[in-house]
Design a protein around this ligand. Structure first.
Ligand SMILES: CSC[C@H]1O[C@H](OP(=O)(O)O)[C@H](O)[C@@H]1O
Ligand SMILES: Nc1ncnc2[nH]cnc12
Length: 291
C-alpha cells in the first residue's frame, strides 16, 4: 500500500497544530505564486503531516485573495496524498446547531472572482467532480468524531459564496430552498484544484452560527464565529491527531480513483501542448506529463 501523507488545511481560527514530532515551518515555492503561508511539516509516528493555515498566520488572506492554486501546488510538492479541510461554516438547517461538525459530501460553487483550474490554454484537462470529496477520508473523520465525542452529521451540501460579506436574508433563504446544509467562503475552488492535483479531499465543516435566516439569530458577526471556533479548537486538534494516527493503518484502501484521475482527463494533443504550461504543471500533473 502506498504511504499516505495527510495535508491539513486550517480555516478561520486554526492557524497551527500541536503535538507533531520534528515540526518545522517550511517555505515551499512553486510556479503559481505565493501560498498563504509556510507549511508546518511534522509527523506522528511514521505518518507525515503538512499543515497549511488557509488565511495565513494572523489571518491576512480573505476568501477571495487566497491563492488556492499555490496552496494546493505547495501541498502536492510536500507529497500530500490526502487533504482534510477544517472550515468554519454557517448552518442552513435547524438540526445543525453551532458546535456540530458536518462531514459534507457536496458543494455548490457560487464563487466568481477566483482562479479555478491549473489547466488552460495550451494544456486543457477536464476532471470529473460528481463526487467531490473522498468518502474514505470521511470514514476516518467520522470514526474519530465518534471516539472523541464530537457532535457530528454525515453528509450535506456546502454552498460556497464569494464573500467577504455574509449573506442577505433573501440569499440565505434561497440556499435553504435548494436543500443546502451549510455555507462558507473557501472550499471552492480548493476542492476542485485538489482533484486536478490528484489529491483526495474531504471537509469537516464546523458550524459556528445559524447564518441570518434563523428567527432567533438574525445576524452573523465575526466575534460570534470566533467564539464558537475557540470553543471547538481542542476538538478539531484531537480529530486531526486521530486522523494522522489512523490514515496509514485504516482497514480499507480508497477506491475513488482520484490518485489517477488525470489518466482520462487530458485532452490537448501532445504536439499541441504549450511547453511553458507543461513546465508549470510539474508537481500537479508530473505523473502524467513527466516532470
Ligand atoms: C471568520 S467567519 C468567515 C470566514 O470563515 C470561514 O473560513 P474558513 O473556511 O477558512 O474556515 C468562511 O469560509 C469565511 O472565510
Ligand atoms: N454564516 C456564514 N456565512 C459564510 N461563511 C461563514 N463562515 C462562518 N459562518 C459563515
Amino acid at each position: 500500500m502506498a504511504e499516505k501523507v495527510l495535508g491539513v488545511v486550517g480555516g478561520s481560527g486554526l492557524y497551527a497544530i500541536d503535538g507533531l514530532e520534528d515540526a518545522a515551518w517550511r517555505t515551499v515555492e512553486g510556479p503559481w505564486g505565493k501560498p498563504s503561508d509556510q507549511i508546518l511539516e511534522g509527523r506522528i509516528g511514521d505518518t507525515k503531516v503538512c499543515f497549511l493555515p488557509r488565511h495565513g498566520r494572523g489571518h491576512v488572506e480573505s476568501p477571495t485573495t487566497i491563492n488556492y492554486r499555490a496552496n494546493i501546488d505547495a501541498l502536492k510538492r510536500c507529497g500530500v496524498t490526502d487533504i482534510i479541510s477544517l472550515s468554519a461554516v454557517g448552518s442552513l438547517r435547524e438540526d445543525l446547531p453551532p458546535g456540530t461538525f458536518v462531514i459534507v459530501d457536496q458543494f455548490i460553487d457560487r464563487t466568481f472572482a477566483r482562479e479555478k483550474s491549473f489547466f488552460g490554454k495550451g494544456m486543457v484537462a477536464h476532471v470529473p467532480l460528481s463526487h467531490p470529496v473522498s468518502s474514505w477520508i470521511g470514514n476516518i473523520a467520522q470514526a474519530g468524531m465518534e471516539q472523541i465525542g464530537i457532535p457530528h452529521h454525515r453528509g450535506g451540501t456546502y454552498v460556497v459564496m464569494e464573500g467577504p460579506q455574509f449573506s442577505t436574508l433573501a440569499e440565505s433563504e434561497l440556499y435553504r430552498s435548494w436543500g443546502a446544509s451549510v455555507i462558507g467562503m473557501t472550499n471552492m475552488p480548493e476542492a476542485k484544484l485538489a482533484r486536478e492535483a490528484e489529491i483526495r479531499y474531504a471537509t469537516v465543516a464546523m458550524v459556528t452560527d445559524f447564518d441570518c435566516w434563523h428567527p432567533d439569530h438574525d445576524t452573523v458577526d465575526v466575534a460570534l464565529v470566533v467564539k464558537t471556533l475557540h470553543d471547538n479548537a481542542d476538538k478539531a486538534r484531537a480529530l486531526t491527531k486521530f486522523m494522522v494516527e489512523n490514515i496509514n493503518s485504516w482497514g480499507t484502501e480508497p477506491t475513488c480513483g482520484t490518485d489517477t484521475i488525470l489518466d482520462a482527463a487530458l485532452i490537448t494533443q501532445p504536439d499541441a501542448r504549450d511547453p511553458a504550461m507543461v513546465a508549470k504543471l510539474d508537481a500537479v500533473a508530473g505523473r502524467v506529463l513527466g516532470g
